[in-house]
Design a protein around this ligand. Structure first.
Ligand code: HEM
Length: 408
C-alpha cells in the first residue's frame, strides 16, 4: 500500500486514501464506496478527524464484531491511560456530568449495573404490550395523512412516533408531552438550546419523580424511583441521564429508520408492490432497511486501552476507533449482492444495525415494533403513496433533515 505521508505507527497502517477522507464531501456522497475500500485494504484505516486527532476506521463485518466485543476497546479511557487527565465528576457542569454518566458512555462495572436496572422494561415481551397503543397512534397519523393530498414523510408520519411511544413507556403524563417534545427536539438537535433543555428536563424529572414517589404508577419512572430510594443502586444524576438517553437514543434513529424505509420502498416499485400485496412483509422491510441504510453509520467512538491487534493491523494505545456499521452491513463476505436493496433476501438477519455486545441497542425490540407497524399501516391504508420530489442527499453524516415530500 502506498502511504500518504501520515505518521505510520505499528508498521501496518493502511492510509493510502489520504487524511480525513471520512469527512470529505465526496465521500459523504458515497460513503459505501469508501467503506468498500477500507474493508479491502487489509488493515484499520487511519483518518485524521477535523480536530486533528487520529481516528481508526474498521469496516469488515467480522472485524467490527471483534471490535465491539474487544475487552481492550471501550469508553472510559481515563481509567487506563496514565497520561490522560479528566476532571472529577463534581468539577463538571451539570450537563457534562449527566452526559458522562450515560449508559452508552460507560464500561463495566457501571455500565452493567445501570443497564441491569432498565433492561427489563425493554424486552420483547415488555414492549409487545405497547402494540395496540402504537397501532392506534399509527392509525391516527395515517388517517390524517389521507385527508391531505401532500404530506411530509418526516413531520407527518415518522417524527411523532418515537417521542410519543417513549413518553408513554417512561410515564410522561399526556398533559406534559408538548413540553417533553420540545426538550427532546432541543437535546437531539445538539443546538445551543441543548444545555438549557437538559437542565429544564432534569428539573422536570425531579418534580415528576417526586410525584411518583408519592403515588407510584405502572411506568418506568416509578420503577426507577423505587431503585433510587434504595440508594446504592441509582443516584439522581443517573436517573436523569438514563431517561434522557432513552429520549435521545430512540428519537432521531427511529425517525430516520421509518423515513428511509418509506423512501427505499418508493424508489423500488416492485418491492413496494410486494408489501402492498402482503403487508406481513413489513418485518422484512424493517430488517432490510436497517441493513441497507441503518440510522447509525459508526457507533459512538471507542478508545484502545492498550496496543490492539485487530482487522489485520495494529492500533496504538489510547487512540480512537470508529467501528462502521454501514461497512459491516455491506460486507460481501456476509451478504450476497450487498449494495442491492432486497426485502426478500435470506441473509438479512446477520446485519448489526443495532450494534453488538454489551451496548447492543436497548430499544431494538421497540424500534422494530414501531417501524413494522408504520410500514404495515402505510401499505394497507396509503397504497397510492409516491414521492413528490427527488429525495436528496440521504447518505450524509447527519441523519435525515430535509423533509420527504410525498403525495398520498
Ligand atoms: C444503543 C441503534 C432505537 C435506546 C444503540 C447502539 C446502536 C443503536 C447501534 C449501540 C451503540 C454502541 O455500541 O455504542 C439504534 C437504531 C435504532 C435505535 C438503529 C432505531 C432504528 C432505539 C430506541 C431506543 C434506544 C427506540 C429507546 C429506548 C438505546 C440505548 C442504547 C442504544 C439506551 C445504549 C445501550 C448501552 O449502552 O448499553 N442503539 N437504536 N435505541 N440504544 Fe438504540
Amino acid at each position: 500500500a502506498a502511504h500518504s505521508g501520515l505518521p505510520v505507527q505499528g508498521g501496518n497502517v493502511v492510509a493510502e486514501f489520504g487524511v480525513s477522507e471520512l469527512w470529505d464531501p465526496a465521500v459523504r456522497r458515497d460513503p459505501h464506496g469508501f467503506y468498500d475500500r477500507v474493508r479491502d485494504s487489509g488493515g484499520p484505516v487511519l483518518q485524521i478527524d477535523p480536530a486533528g486527532n487520529p481516528f481508526w476506521v474498521i469496516a469488515g463485518h467480522a472485524d467490527v464484531l471483534e471490535g465491539l466485543r474487544h475487552p481492550a476497546i471501550g469508553h472510559e479511557v481515563h481509567r487506563h491511560s496514565p497520561g490522560s487527565w479528566q476532571p472529577a465528576l463534581h468539577e463538571l457542569s451539570e450537563v457534562a456530568r449527566i452526559e458522562a454518566r450515560q449508559l452508552i458512555n460507560l464500561d463495566p462495572p457501571d455500565h452493567t449495573r445501570l443497564r441491569g436496572l432498565v433492561s427489563g422494561g425493554f424486552t420483547a415481551r415488555a414492549v409487545a404490550r405497547l402494540e395496540p397503543w402504537i397501532g392506534d397512534l399509527a392509525d391516527r397519523l395515517v388517517a390524517r395523512a389521507r385527508q391531505h393530498g401532500r404530506i411530509d414523510g418526516i413531520a407527518d408520519l415518522a417524527d411523532p412516533v418515537p417521542v410519543n411511544v417513549i413518553a408513554e413507556l417512561v410515564g410522561i403524563p399526556e398533559s406534559d408531552r408538548p413540553r417533553f417534545r420540545a426538550w427532546s427536539a432541543a437535546i437531539v438537535s445538539a443546538s445551543i438550546d441543548g444545555p438549557a433543555a437538559t437542565m429544564e428536563f432534569g428539573a422536570y424529572l425531579d418534580e415528576l419523580a417526586a410525584r411518583r414517589r408519592a403515588v407510584p404508577a405502572d411506568d418506568l419512572i416509578s420503577q426507577l424511583v423505587t431503585l433510587e430510594e434504595q440508594g446504592d443502586r441509582l443516584d439522581r444524576d443517573e436517573l436523569v441521564a438514563l431517561v434522557q438517553l432513552l429520549l435521545v437514543a430512540g428519537q432521531e434513529t427511529t425517525v430516520d429508520m421509518i423515513v428511509n424505509g418509506i423512501r427505499l420502498l418508493l424508489t423500488h416499485p416492485e418491492q413496494w408492490q410486494a408489501l402492498r400485496d402482503d403487508p406481513s412483509l413489513a418485518a422484512a422491510v424493517v430488517e432490510e432497511t436497517l441493513r441497507f441504510r441503518g440510522p447509525v453509520e459508526i457507533v459512538p467512538p471507542r478508545f484502545t486501552f492498550e496496543d490492539v491487534e485487530i482487522a489485520g493491523g495494529r492500533i496504538p494505545a489510547y487512540d480512537r476507533v470508529g467501528l462502521s456499521l454501514w461497512g459491516a452491513n455491506r460486507d460481501p463476505a456476509v451478504f450476497e449482492r450487498p449494495h442491492v436493496f432486497d426485502i426478500h433476501r435470506t441473509d438479512v438477519r446477520k446485519h448489526i444495525a443495532f450494534g453488538h455486545g454489551i451496548h447492543f441497542c436497548l430499544g431494538a425490540h421497540l424500534a422494530r415494533l414501531e417501524s413494522r407497524i408504520m410500514f404495515e399501516r402505510i401499505a394497507q391504508q396509503l397504497p397510492g403513496l409516491r414521492l413528490a420530489a427527488d429525495p436528496t442527499d440521504l447518505d450524509g453524516f447527519r441523519l435525515h433533515q430535509d423533509g420527504l415530500p410525498l403525495e398520498v
